[in-house]
Design a protein. Structure first.
Length: 439
């Protein structure tokens, strides 16, 4: 057994070196009935040993965490590549635990499973990269989940999303894998086919063929542009899959304030309205994209300069009058292959307005910089209320207190000031630079 364990460690270390860009979330080792899963960086191995989960450091060959789930034993295991520590598994039911140990799936999903654990139960499961969705399939003892059917389940609530996808009666699902952006699910079958399905509808998009035996394992690369499959024919194949979005790009959020706001939004999904909640549940969470890098420190911001193409940089301020975006503009405005996208209104007198108006040179940090980059604008996405919304908001306030209009261009401020005065007899001030007022 010691020799077998040594061979396992060597295999895992080789996998780390050669295939670290791939997320093998359903790697299995047929020894002592263990079940294994590698995290997205191929550094941590999660082992299901009987009724216990163990976290092992691949490089140090040491155990870092252990958690006893309780009987019966664990027979299948999956991890979320983009959310380290979140794990889904199957015992006599489907279960999931958050990185802090919280029970998910509404405490455990039991889709018509009989009371006694079935040692012959053959299920397949896969977690989306952000850990929000679980794909489940297969059992000889389940009523609602058959071995030729896959369904998507919301990890937080345990509720199935949609009717699922069913193969022919003589077919069976052998492997499952989510694309990094969470928009597609790859489904390997006993009949040698790989189905590419939309998430969460599971509408069939494409069918891949080429294996001479069942497709036992599937894994997407971190860019979502390649799918690796291993079949019973002992062949490993690499498939190029359609570009479903921005998975091939490195995305940098270079704003400490935006990073804090992002965490607030991410922590309060319960406040989303019905339309937003539906979109949120159907795709990978935007704040958990595997190719998103949040830059907090100045050094992290400067490191973006080393990128050579294939990068999207989101930085403030929005009108380019301050903040880290000015450094990125100084570096990229002279590049004719660069694109600068302004989202929302650009006020008069700002660098953003100058660039939108087509200025040919700008001064940044004392240097004269030619503008050769392509400049784009997206209107209608400003977060500010319009004139009528401001009037309605103010009208609902008691006693209609005095107003200082500190934002906006002078013609628009003057119009709003007149409307507030005429409708509510409000005292309105339009501050100019250097003006002070006691509050």
């Amino acid at each position: 057994m010691r020799m077998l364990q040594e061979l396992l460690w060597r295999y895992l270390q080789q996998l780390c070196r050669d295939e670290s860009r791939f997320s093998f979330t359903n790697v299995q080792f047929a020894g002592d009935d263990n079940r294994l899963a590698l995290d997205s960086e191929a550094q941590t191995l999660i082992v299901a040993d009987g009724d216990t989960l163990k976290w092992l450091d691949v490089q140090k060959r040491s155990q870092t965490q252990i958690k006893t789930i309780g009987p019966p034993g664990i027979n299948r295991l999956a991890v979320a590549p983009g959310r380290p520590g979140l794990v889904a598994f199957h015992t006599d039911r489907f279960q999931a635990r958050s990185p802090t140990g919280e029970a998910l799936l509404g405490g455990g999903l039991v889709p018509g499973l009989r009371d006694a654990p079935d040692s012959n139960c053959d299920v397949k499961l896969a977690l989306s990269w952000d850990g929000a969705l679980l794909a489940v399939s297969g059992s000889t003892s389940m009523v609602n989940f058959d071995k030729n059917m896959v369904r998507i389940v919301d990890v937080a609530t345990g509720q199935p999303l949609g009717p699922g996808f069913r193969l022919g009666e003589k077919e069976a699902i052998l492997s499952l894998a989510f694309s990094p952006d969470g928009t597609h699910l790859a489904c390997g079958t006993l009949g040698t086919k790989i189905f590419i399905l939309e998430v969460p509808s599971l509408k069939r998009v494409k069918v891949l063929t080429g294996h001479a035996a069942g497709v036992n394992s599937l894994a997407f690369d971190s860019a979502g542009s390649k799918l690796v499959s291993a079949g019973g024919d002992r062949q490993i194949r690499v498939w190029r899959v359609p570009d479903w979005g921005l998975a091939a790009w490195k995305i940098f959020l270079d704003s400490p304030m935006a990073a804090k706001v992002m965490r607030v939004y991410d922590s309060h999904e319960e406040l989303l309205d019905a339309d937003a909640a539906k979109v949120w549940a159907g795709r990978i969470k935007p704040f958990a994209l595997p190719n998103l890098r949040v830059c907090q420190s100045a050094d992290e911001s400067k490191a973006i300069n080393a990128e050579r193409g294939g990068a999207i940089i989101i930085a403030g301020s929005g009108m380019a009058n301050g903040g880290r975006v000015r450094h990125h503009l100084a570096r990229n405005l002279a590049n004719p292959n660069a694109h600068v996208l302004f989202v929302g209104y650009q006020a008069d007198g700002t660098l953003g307005r100058l660039l939108v108006n087509g200025v040919k040179h700008v001064k940044l940090f004392g240097a004269d910089i030619p503008v050769r980059a392509q400049i784009h604008t997206v209107g209608g996405l400003s977060a500010h209320a319009d004139q009528q919304a401001l009037i309605d908001w103010y009208g609902a306030s008691p006693n209609h207190p005095p107003v200082a209009l500190v934002h906006g261009e002078n013609p628009a401020r003057a119009t709003l000031a007149a409307l507030l005065h005429d409708r509510f007899a409000t005292s309105v001030t339009m501050p100019d630079p250097g003006m002070s007022r006691e509050v």
